[in-house]
Write a protein that binds this ligand. Structure first.
Ligand code: SF4
Length: 59
């Protein structure tokens, strides 16, 4: 599954990048970016766990 992080919503808490580093990385703006596809379960968990609901499945 490919995820998308809305940079206007992400607060840069780092949770997704810590939990699923193969998918999410923190960029120079301190926001998360989805840089690769990941296992469905891991991406869905990150979507559920993001405290501000900034992550969704990419179109
Ligand atoms: S868990 Fe949500 S708020 Fe935290 S870095 Fe990831 S996308 Fe941003």
């Amino acid at each position: 599954m490919q995820a998308y992080v809305d940079p206007d919503v992400c607060i840069g808490c780092g949770l997704c990048a810590s939990a699923v580093p193969e998918v999410f990385q923190m960029n120079d703006d301190g926001k998360a970016e989805a840089t690769a596809e990941g296992a469905d379960d891991a991406v869905k968990q990150a979507i559920d766990d993001c405290p501000v609901s900034a992550i969704r499945e990419a179109d």
